[in-house]
Design a protein around this ligand. Structure first.
Ligand code: ADE
Ligand code: ZN
Length: 343
């Protein structure tokens, strides 16, 4: 059933700020790239792959996510992956995206950093030229690996500063606290990279505090468990530190038992700069608009709150202030016919 809110969401100008490009690998593309690159997969059909996507938690998902990456070998594979994502987004109102990539997931398999980066950036440039979608790239360190290996990725990133805006921290959170990456984040900040980190996805509120204090992040990815600590919420509200929340991801990774328990409404009510994103849409059964629609319905967001989420996505982005305002003005122009009779 299509609701009026669905129509509002469909073309609502929005940015996506929490998107792992490797998590957009659709089953059909995984099979096609496996054939193209002579990679053997444990699946014969897209149905087999979809059937395997039942996750008990983050680690369970990560095992399949890293295995899926094995089909990405040539520069054109990374280009095709990124291109396919942008093509889908062009009809979902998306006008800006800040994309994560996991170089260590590729360099550890013998794929050159430049192969990965070249494929992604050429598709992003094409996306801006042909689809009008602007972008920034955030390189993530894998937190289940030692900090010395993150330094290797940082050294590579320093050769390509014109293409990489920020650094992030992803992979298994439990037992891999932000403090383990204090030195590499200090070095990355020194080199001019903007720091963000996954925190409070499955880890405790204290990991969010540590991401702020130790890693000095400008934005918190997920941040769900920050809501367990009222003093931390007050701090995040005061600083307007954005949270990039991912409702369908949290549901599929069993961070919440049902979507109506998602904290997005509580976050908005508290005055947090919360945003909605898809994380790994191919694995979690929904791209950005699916996330907006499902969570709006489940927690009962108003049209005004949905519009706030879209504006927040630009306010929380790494666009400059002029661009932020221009994108927020575009939201106002788009929603005018939807809100004319409201209030
Ligand atoms: N890598 C890809 N998706 C992730 C997530 N949701 N959490 C941590 N690491 C990830
Ligand atoms: Zn993520």
């Amino acid at each position: 059933m299509t609701t009026d809110f669905d129509k509002l969401i469909d073309g609502l100008p929005k940015a996506e700020l929490h998107l792992h490009i490797e998590g957009t690998l659709e089953p059909e593309m995984m099979l096609a790239l496996a054939r193209r690159n002579n990679v053997t997969l444990p699946y014969a059909t897209a149905e087999d792959i979809n059937a395997a996507y039942q996750f008990d938690g983050l680690q369970d998902f990560l095992d399949l996510y890293y295995a899926g990456m094995s089909v990405l070998i040539e520069e054109r594979d990374f280009h095709d992956l990124t291109h396919a994502y942008l093509d889908k987004m062009a009809v979902q109102g998306l006008t800006h995206v800040e994309i994560f990539f996991d170089p260590q997931g590729h360099t550890d398999r013998g794929i050159a950093f430049e192969t990965v980066l070249g494929g992604i950036t050429s598709a992003l440039e094409e996306g801006e030229r042909e689809l009008g979608i602007t972008s920034k790239l955030i390189m993530c360190f894998l937190r289940h690996l030692p900090e010395e290996e993150a330094f290797g990725a940082l050294t590579s990133a320093c050769q390509h500063k014109e293409h990489i805006h920020g650094v992030g921290l992803d992979s298994g959170e439990a037992g891999n606290p932000p403090a383990n990456f204090a030195r590499v984040y200090a070095a990355a900040r020194q080199e001019g990279f903007i720091p963000v980190a996954h925190a409070g996805e499955e880890g405790p509120a204290a990991y969010v505090t540590d991401a702020l204090d130790i890693l000095q992040v400008a934005r918190v990815d997920h941040g769900n468990h920050a809501l367990d600590d009222p003093a931390l919420v007050a701090r995040l509200v005061r600083a307007q530190t954005p949270l990039t929340m991912c409702p369908l991801s949290n549901l599929r990774l069993k961070g919440i038992p049902t979507l109506d328990q998602h904290p997005i409404k509580r976050a908005l009510d508290a005055g947090l700069l919360a945003t909605v994103n898809s994380d790994d849409p191919s694995y979690f059964g929904g791209y950005i608009n699916d996330n907006y629609k499902a969570v709006s319905q489940a927690v009962g967001l108003s049209a005004r709150e949905i519009i706030t989420l879209a504006k927040n996505s630009f306010a929380a982005s790494f666009l400059d202030d002029y661009e932020k305002q221009a994108r927020i003005d575009a939201v106002d122009r788009y929603v005018e016919p939807f809100t004319r009779d409201a209030d």
